[in-house]
Write a protein that binds this ligand. Structure first.
Ligand SMILES: [Zn+2]
Length: 172
């Protein structure tokens, strides 16, 4: 699989990956006006008065890209390594990581109700309540969920957990 974003606008300001384009087309957020192997003419938000057209060209890999994780314009460390790869090597090598919809999370120690009431901003996701189900079916409730980010396209791996949507609106 090619991890690079596939399409880039002529001035280089807009980049879209194949997966993001497919999602946009499936949800009606984008409509293809014309497509050739190297050129893509899109209408964004076709049903909105704020629709906009974009002409994208097939992007060529750049020497600064990281072929492993797919990050573009990498500012490499002094030893030549990619900081994004290093970060994710650390995350995947540290037990306890949760992968939910391709995003990486960690659950930290549960605060007491008093701690949560007094200092909610000290806890992950501002102390909001999440119910999480692991692949083995066990569930946990946390008020201290930290988000490490979206796993880059070249390093994706299967989810090992899911959110359980039992939150009453506004409940903590
Ligand atoms: Zn990398």
């Amino acid at each position: 699989m090619n991890p690079y974003p596939t399409w880039i606008s002529i001035d280089g300001t807009e980049v879209i990956a194949d997966t993001a384009l497919t999602n946009a087309l499936n949800t009606g957020m984008a409509l293809i006006i014309e497509r050739t192997p190297t050129r893509l003419h899109i209408l964004w938000n076709p049903n909105s008065p704020r629709h906009a057209q974009a002409v994208m060209y097939q992007r060529q890999p750049d020497p600064t890209d990281c072929p492993t994780c797919g990050t573009t314009k990498v500012d490499r460390l002094t030893d030549g390594s990619c900081p994004t790869c290093r970060f994710w090597t650390y995350q995947f090598g540290t037990p306890g990581g949760l992968i939910i919809n391709g995003e990486h999370y960690r659950v930290d120690d549960e605060p007491t109700p008093e701690e949560l009431d007094n200092y909610p901003y000290l806890y992950g996701s501002y102390g909001h309540r999440f119910v999480i189900r692991h692949v083995d079916g066990t569930e946990i409730v946390t008020h201290n969920l930290w988000h490490q980010g979206t796993i880059p396209p070249g390093l994706t791996r299967p989810d090992n957990a899911a959110f359980v949507n039992d939150n009453p609106a506004g409940a903590r």
